[in-house]
Design a protein around this ligand. Structure first.
Ligand SMILES: O=P(O)(O)OC[C@H]1O[C@H](OP(=O)(O)OP(=O)(O)O)[C@H](O)[C@@H]1O
Ligand code: HPA
Ligand SMILES: [Mg+2]
Length: 181
C-alpha cells in the first residue's frame, strides 16, 4: 500500500534555525557551569542531540540513556522501561537531558529522578517539541524548541512504530496511516 508522506509541521529550515537559537542560549547559560554532560534519550533524540551538540560553543561531553514508553505506535505501554543507563560517571556534573518530545511527561519525569539518583551538580531539561495539551505530569522544561498541537509527529528522530525516524522534517502522521504498522 502506498501512503502519502507525512504533512510538514516543521520544515528542515525551521528546525535548523531553532536548534541554532537553543545552542546559543545553552552555550551562554552554561559558560561558567562545567563540566556539562548532555544526556541524550534514545532513540528519539539522536538527531536533535547530534545537531545541537555540534552547535554548542562550550566544552561538553555526551552520554546516552535508553528508555521506552511507546512500543505499539502511539499507545503508551503504561510504564517507562529503562533499557540502558548512562555509561559514564555523572556525579558532580551539570546534566542537561536532551529529549525529542515531551508528550504526557512521564518519560521525562522518570528520567529526572534517575539522573538525580546519580548525584549530579544540577539536572536541567531540553526538548525539541512539547505537546503541552497532553501533559499528565508537571515536569520542569528549561529549554523548548517548539510547542506543538496534539498530533502524532514523526521525523528528525521521532517515530511511529519505528517508521519515519529519518525524515528530515517534523511531519504529522495522518489518522488513516496510524492503523497500519
Ligand atoms: O512524554 P511521554 O508521553 O512520556 O512521551 C515522550 C517519550 O516518548 C518517546 O519515546 P519512545 O518510548 O517512543 O521511545 P523511542 O524514543 O525509542 O521512540 C519520546 O522519544 C519521548 O522519550
Ligand atoms: O507525537 C509523537 N511522536 C513520536 N513519538 C512520540 N512519543 C510521544 N509522543 C510522540
Ligand atoms: Mg518512539
Amino acid at each position: 500500500m502506498n501512503t502519502l508522506p507525512p504533512e510538514v509541521m516543521l520544515s528542515e529550515a525551521q528546525i535548523a534555525s531553532r536548534v541554532n537559537e537553543l545552542a546559543a542560549e545553552i552555550s551562554k547559560d552554561y559558560a561558567d557551569k562545567t563540566p556539562l554532560v548532555l544526556v541524550g534519550v534514545l532513540k528519539g533524540s539522536f538527531i536533535f542531540l547530534a545537531d545541537l551538540a555540534r552547535r554548542l560553543t562550550i566544552p561538553r561531553t555526551i552520554e546516552f540513556i535508553a528508555v521506552s514508553s511507546y512500543e505499539n505506535g502511539s499507545q503508551r505501554s503504561g510504564a517507562v522501561r529503562l533499557l540502558m543507563d548512562v555509561r559514564g560517571n555523572i556525579e558532580g556534573k551539570h546534566v542537561l537531558i536532551i529529549e525529542d518530545i515531551v508528550d504526557t511527561g512521564h518519560t521525562l519525569d522518570y528520567l529526572i529522578g534517575m539522573m538525580r539518583s546519580h548525584g549530579p551538580a544540577s539536572v536541567r531539561t531540553c526538548t525539541l517539541l512539547h505537546k503541552a495539551e497532553r501533559a499528565e505530569v508537571d515536569v520542569p522544561i528549561d529549554y523548548t524548541g517548539f510547542s506543538i498541537a496534539d498530533e502524532w509527529v514523526v521525523g528528525y528522530g521521532l517515530d511511529y512504530a519505528e517508521r519515519d525516524r529519518t525524515l528530515p522534517y517534523i511531519g504529522i502522521v495522518r489518522p488513516e496511516d496510524r492503523a497500519t504498522s
